[in-house]
Design a protein. Structure first.
Ligand code: B12
Ligand code: SF4
Ligand code: SF4
Length: 348
């Protein structure tokens, strides 16, 4: 057997050995998605995600982040589609699939540190390899498209025609010149299933998601009150939303989670609103240790649980809503009041 013969082969082999599910390379420059970013920001579609509007020129071009950047290495982690959404629970709740296991940012960080070390071995001294997973000023999806990981779907997600979209992205900005991969030759074609599948109409044009309407934004990123008009459409989702991916026919090719750490924790795979509504802050902290769900914060999460209970239309939800109406947080109490009023109209 022969060993890797090129820097690209060596880096790809190492990425896969570390547990990443894909690895591709793109030539650094102004991102092909940069104009889309400019339009999105100009329309205010970033809601109050101020980091998105902060120095957009930087986000548009990795050479503004790492001077002399020549290549963008894109790696992915399959989080899988496991956990059918709480079939066993009495009052089922939905937690986005990517967040049911250990926080991918933590999982990927350990692997990216090792990948970076190996890249130094390949490049020799004098090179810079800077990694980001979600948190950097990098248009990760656009780079994934350019690096041949997949195509940009009408739901804005990167879709691998051989493996769907249930995966997460990370990048390494490198001063090494690496041979770019070719973009994949596939697209959505005439399909548009994700657009009507979005409960809030957040996919405002093919490939364009308005964060101001997206359930993922309201239940994960937004810390304060959720507008009343949006609450019914949130349904029983307590953290994120998967509907535009669940509707996608390419996901019949999805693979299971690539790493055991990403497989669902029982609390989130079979999430039960009754159980979630009873969580004290220390219990929430313990249950979300090392989990992405912690991002919503205790108050934000319990606010989401209150809204979800209000949307069950079930009389069994009433005692749990009543408990949340006595919660220590004014934010949670006010959403529980709304839930109580909604259940009074809808519960059977
Ligand atoms: C801000 C953000 C959000 C916001 C805004 C969403 C949005 N669409 O922008 C909110 C909070 C709503 C959100 C929600 C979600 N997010 Co998010 N989010 C981000 C973040 C931090 C920035 C995204 C961004 O730049 N938006 C600006 C807009 C203009 O770009 P975009 O929507 O990404 O679309 C790009 C491509 O589609 C591309 N494009 C479209 N057509 C074409 C054609 C060509 C030829 C090219 C080159 C590019 C291209 O153009 C756009 C700009 O580059 C990225 C991480 C990162 N640093 O990139 C994660 C990221 C995009 N999110 C991710 C995930 C998993 C989600 C959720 C599925 C989570 C959930 N289950 O609740 C939802 C999905 C919502 C959706 N359908 O987009 C993953 C996506 C993985 C994938 N396979 O695509 C990322 C990459 C995080 C990660 N590291 O894995 N997210
Ligand atoms: S994550 Fe949910 S709310 Fe956001 S665009 Fe997709 S389906 Fe719509
Ligand atoms: S559901 Fe259809 S239109 Fe939407 S991303 Fe998937 S293939 Fe594209």
């Amino acid at each position: 057997m022969t060993g890797p013969t090129s820097p690209e082969d060596a880096i790809r082999a190492r990425a896969l050995e570390l547990g990443f599910s894909r690895c591709g390379f793109a030539a650094a420059g102004r991102s092909r998605g940069a104009d889309r970013l400019d339009r999105w920001l100009a329309e205010g579609m970033h809601a109050d995600l101020s980091y998105m509007a902060d120095r957009p020129a930087r986000r548009a071009d990795p050479r503004e982040v790492v001077p002399a950047c020549r290549s963008v290495v894109v790696v992915t982690l399959d989080h899988g589609a496991e956990g059918g959404g709480a079939r066993a629970a009495a009052l089922p709740a939905e937690v986005a699939r990517y967040a049911r296991g250990r926080d991918y940012h933590r999982v990927a960080a350990v692997m990216l540190r090792k990948l970076k070390e190996s890249m130094h071995g390949v490049s020799g001294p004098g090179h810079v390899h800077r990694w980001y997973v979600d948190d950097g000023p990098v248009l990760e999806r656009s780079w994934a498209v350019e690096a041949g990981i997949g195509f940009a779907g009408k739901n804005a997600c990167v879709i691998d025609p051989g493996g769907g979209s249930w995966f997460l992205l990370a990048v390494v900005l490198s001063t090494m010149e690496l041979r770019a991969d070719r973009p994949v030759a596939a697209d959505c074609g005439t399909c548009a299933a994700c657009i009507p599948a979005c409960p809030t109409g957040a996919i405002v044009a093919p490939g364009v998601v308005d964060a101001r309407k997206c359930i993922s934004y309201w239940t994960i990123e937004h810390l304060g009150e959720i507008p009343e008009g949006l609450r019914p459409a949130i349904g029983t989702r307590v953290f994120g939303c998967d509907d535009c991916q669940a509707a996608c026919p390419w996901n019949r090719f999805a693979r299971p989670a690539s790493l055991a750490d990403l497989r669902p924790r029982e609390l989130f795979a079979d999430a039960d609103l009754a159980r979630l509504a009873s969580l004290s802050e220390p219990e929430f902290d313990a249950a979300t240790s090392g989990s992405a769900v912690r991002r919503a914060g205790y108050e934000g999460f319990m606010r989401n649980v209150a809204v979800a209970l209000g949307n069950t239309g079930r009389a069994e939800a009433v005692p749990h809503v009543e408990r949340l109406r006595r919660h220590g947080s004014e934010l949670v109490r006010s959403h529980a009041d709304w839930a109580a009023a909604r259940l009074a109209e809808t519960a059977r």
